[in-house]
Write a protein that binds this ligand. Sequence first.
Ligand code: SAH
Length: 250
Amino acid sequence: MRKAGTPSFADKMHRFFTTEIQPNTAVVRGDDVKHIAKVLRLRAGDVVQLCDGNGRECEAAIRSVSPDAVTFDTEPWREAITEPHVKITLFQCLPKAGKMETIIQKCVELGARGFVPVQSERCVVVLKPPYEGRIERWQRVSEEAAKQSRRGVIPQVELPVSLDKLDFTGFDTVLAAYENERTVSLKAALREHCGSRVAIVIGPEGGFSDAEVETLKNKGAVAVSLGTRILRTETAGMAMTAQILYEVEL
Ligand code: SAH
């Protein structure tokens, strides 16, 4: 039995993100205040986990609760142990209504680091500006999933980009999932080369056109097969994220 008050990873300790951090103290504001005070009924002395959304976390005891802020005494900050070393960004061609939420939620749980919605030829949904409302909703989904799965960062959802404008600068490895790829498997591609910043590209329900596959290859992507079965677009990103982390993480 561990001692009371000693936090362990398995504890169901509540977790909150904040960027308002000073030496030995931190403040949480916004919707979380109501959640802490009214829903969870936490009081001075109660201990939670805080995360700076940038890969660091600590235990923190509530010092005071006011209507718009909760102030904490913080223990030393440390590297969050939940972050994979390999940072996966999912370039997801826009799926039909509602599926993007599921994709973001599950891929955050699995360890993806960021999302770029992609407009491609066969997307049924065409996103029209202003994009902000939609992106904010997806960003909230990411934050909720990050809290629930105890991530050390809140993965960012970027503005939509059309496939021909994609720019993979800054990525070490770019893998496009292509169901007609017969020779290169994901496993083979990863064993050949896998850097720490990985972009994965998933087509929409109708898949990529041949011209789009060429465009992706010209931009440095390696087309890979995820196996002999055709996965739905919302399954492919999750499966690929899980398989990459299984292959390359300790
Ligand atoms: N319309 C296509 C399937 C598209 S599946 C057809 O019916 O033939 C949607 C996307 O998921 C694809 O564009 C691809 O990126 C990915 N995908 C699904 N199954 C895959 C597989 N076995 N290998 C690689 N990518 C796959």
